[in-house]
Structures are given as structure tokens and as C-alpha cells.
Design a protein around this ligand. Structure first.
Ligand SMILES: Nc1nc2c(c(=O)[nH]1)N[C@H]1C(S)=C(S)[C@@H](COP(=O)(O)O)O[C@H]1N2
Ligand SMILES: [Mo]
Length: 215
């Protein structure tokens, strides 16, 4: 069961953060080239795998001290938080104030113990999808391994039972139907990154395609 005391404390912290955010106009929160939506569109590769809580597992492997495999029960036992963030898809829609609930990616990575030379990660979805990031990007407080949003458990089309969210990057950096995280010494491009999407994917820098790569 979630630790309710912590859950409530986290919610209060978010409410406060929300107040701070409200001083910022919605326009300033919409990155260049994006339009605000309130519909939460679905984007996938045409496959929406059927995964139940009972069958779901998350493996953290590669350059770690101890490979771990979490099942739903052990995932539920971890500290759960809510983080409200904005969701920016490279196909030019943004949805504001998404109240993701889940476990911080940093907590799960810590359980596996990244080795000193682990610098990059690949995140795997059950549908064969992959996406890559520097390990450091996953250690931010707002990066969640999420099971709920908009007050409900994640639906199948949005990656349920469990997906990643990386609010500072375009939404393709968050794998739906998350099944594994692999740590590497060197960067390995994921599904879209191999097909011309930008490796870094910062919405406010409008890093959509790799011709805009800094390298
Ligand atoms: N496993 C998996 N994760 C994925 C994708 C996918 O096709 N498969 N699409 C990505 C893209 S391009 C986006 S914009 C977001 C969309 O999330 P949504 O369908 O919940 O809006 O999921 C990302 N994560
Ligand atoms: Mo996307």
C-alpha cells in the first residue's frame, strides 16, 4: 500500500507548486510551435499491448550493481508521489497540468545501483518501442514511472498499467507499457531517434528533428 502520509505531503507540495505556476500565463508554458489541447490524444505504433497488473514486470539491467525485476506488488510498496507537469508532443500538441502519479524513476534506479560508468539509458515498451536519454535526465524529481493521470489509472491506450513521463522533454521520451530500463556507458538511439527525431528533444529549444542536433 502507498504510504498515505507521504502521499498527502506530496500532494500539498504540489498544490503549492500549482499556486506558483498560476502566476505564469498558459502562453509562456506552451513551447514554440505547439498548440494547447485538452483532449489527451493517443500516439503509438499501431500496437496497444494487453498488460495486466498481474502480468506486468519492470526490469532494470545493464550497468547496475544488482539487476532488479519489480512486479506490481513490489512497485505498489514504493513511495508514490503526484507530480503536475505539462505534456508536449512533437506532433505539436501540448496538454497542461497533467497530474501524473507514480514512483520517481530515481528511486527505482537507486534500487538497482547504477555503476559509475553508466551514463545513458534505453527505455523499452512492451510494443517493441524504445527511447534513449542520459541517465542524469532520469534523476530529475519530476521523472515518474507512472500508473495514473487525470485522477484515473492509466488506460491501455496511454500506456497502462505503467509508463514513463519525462516532462522536460517531448513526450516521445516517455515509453508507454514500460517493461525495462537498460543502463549503458554509451548512448544508443531509440526508435524515433534512429528515424530522424532529435536526440535531446527539449520542447523549449524546439528540438524536433536531428538536423537540429547540436552535434
Ligand atoms: N511504448 C510506446 N511508448 C510511446 C510511444 C509508442 O508508440 N510506444 N509513442 C510515444 C510518443 S511519440 C508520444 S507523443 C507519447 C504519446 O503518449 P499518449 O499516447 O499517452 O498521448 O508516447 C510515447 N511513448
Ligand atoms: Mo509523439
Amino acid at each position: 500500500m502507498p504510504d498515505w502520509k507521504k502521499l498527502i505531503a506530496a500532494k500539498i507540495a504540489i498544490a503549492k507548486k500549482g499556486n506558483q505556476r498560476s502566476t505564469m500565463g498558459a502562453n509562456e508554458r506552451i513551447p514554440p510551435g505547439q498548440k494547447q489541447v485538452t483532449t489527451f490524444p493517443v500516439l503509438d505504433l499501431g500496437i496497444q499491448p494487453d498488460i495486466t497488473k498481474e502480468s506486468w514486470q519492470l526490469r532494470v539491467f545493464g550497468l547496475v550493481e544488482k539487476e532488479i525485476i519489480l512486479d506490481w506488488k513490489s512497485f505498489e510498496g514504493l513511495e508514490h508521489i503526484t507530480d503536475v507537469s505539462d505534456f508536449h508532443c512533437v506532433t505539436r500538441w501540448s496538454q497542461l497540468d497533467m497530474d501524473w502519479q507514480g514512483v520517481r524513476a530515481q528511486d527505482i534506479l537507486e534500487m538497482a545501483g547504477p555503476l559509475a560508468h553508466a551514463k545513458f539509458v534505453t527505455m523499452y515498451g512492451e510494443d517493441g518501442y524504445t527511447t534513449n536519454l542520459p541517465l542524469e535526465a532520469l534523476l530529475d524529481d519530476d521523472v515518474l514511472i507512472a500508473h495514473s493521470v487525470l485522477g484515473k489509472p492509466l488506460s491501455k491506450e496511454h500506456g497502462g498499467p505503467v509508463r514513463m513521463v519525462v516532462p522536460k522533454r517531448y513526450a516521445w521520451k516517455g515509453a508507454k507499457w514500460l517493461k525495462a530500463i537498460e543502463l549503458h556507458a554509451f548512448d544508443q538511439r531509440g526508435f524515433w531517434e534512429m528515424r530522424g527525431y532529435h536526440n535531446d528533444a527539449f520542447p523549449f529549444k524546439e528540438q524536433r528533428f536531428s538536423e537540429d542536433d547540436d552535434i
